[in-house]
Design a protein around this ligand. Sequence first.
Ligand code: HEC
Ligand code: HEC
Length: 287
Amino acid sequence: MFLLSLGSICLVLALWFGFNVKAKQKNFASLRELTPNVQDGQYVFNASGCAGCHRNPVGTDRLELSGGVVLKTEYGEFYVPNVSMSIENGIGAWSLNDFANALRLGVSPKNQHYYPSFPYTSYNKIKDQDLVDLWAYWQNLPAVEVQNIDHDLSLPYNFREGLGIWKKMFLKNDLVGSDEEKRGRYLVEALGHCAECHTSRNILGGLKIDNWMKGGENPSELGTVPNLLETVKRWSNEEMEEYLASGFTPDFDVVGGHMVEVIESTRLLSYDDRVAIYNYFKALIND
Ligand code: HEC
Ligand code: HEC
């Protein structure tokens, strides 16, 4: 066991410092040709659960994107940043292109890599129109003047440079679910980023595609995350829809842990979209 973990540590260090893949913004010029729709952007915002992480942990308004929530992981503690429209403390000075680079490539306006604790590994699959609409909506959100707190990470993870090779290995555009459940697949795999918690990870922190949605250790809390392939065997369409709308399970239990924030967004989706999510999981077990 000791040798195994020593081996993994060497591997991680070799990868982290051995390959330096620089972050560089791209120009997503074609996005500017689309006409933004603020109302649709609000729906994308809800479906993506951005507020679940970026909201003010002490406030009650989920549109106050002050940051400050702490994500405790085995790499250290991530302090979710302020992404409100504040020029000084948030992303108020950003362009649509900056926003697209963050979500699609995990690259900042200063050409640095973002940590995948910001789940751009899912959001990179966002559709062009949805991205443009989301940004249009975002710009109407309030500016909140709260300063960011630096992450508290252990070596070597406190160096962002190593993320380049990680992204080469794990930042993919591939979709896993069936083509027949397109809407559900988009809601689950891109916007809802459900796999980020419900799929276990390898020693390098990449999602194990073989274990897609089969749950496992909780990445940022104690305990485990349920296997959703088992859940859809037990729960009917109506039961899952009810859970995603209200947080109540079929046996009158109430949702807990980080799933609480997820329900905050799925409850705002349309009935049809919650059913599409169920159908997506159902199709996974029927494959
Ligand atoms: C699971 C928690 C989580 C969710 C959900 C999440 N984020 Fe983040 N986000 C983070 C973390 C953590 C960082 C900091 C990453 C870093 O420092 O590299 C971040 C960083 C960012 C940044 C960069 C901020 C800066 O100052 O450079 C932007 C922009 C952003 N997120 C937008 C979004 C959007 C848009 C959504 C929804 C589509 C979203 N986030 C959902 C955790 C999250
Ligand atoms: C931030 C981590 C996280 C994300 C993202 C997440 N979940 Fe969960 N989920 C959990 C946790 C933790 C639980 C266990 C909740 C509990 O103990 O009450 C859970 C429970 C569930 C359950 C109940 C399963 C059962 O058998 O009791 C369903 C259904 C579910 N999630 C669906 C989803 C869907 C659909 C998405 C994407 C829209 C999603 N989850 C995204 C963490 C997450």
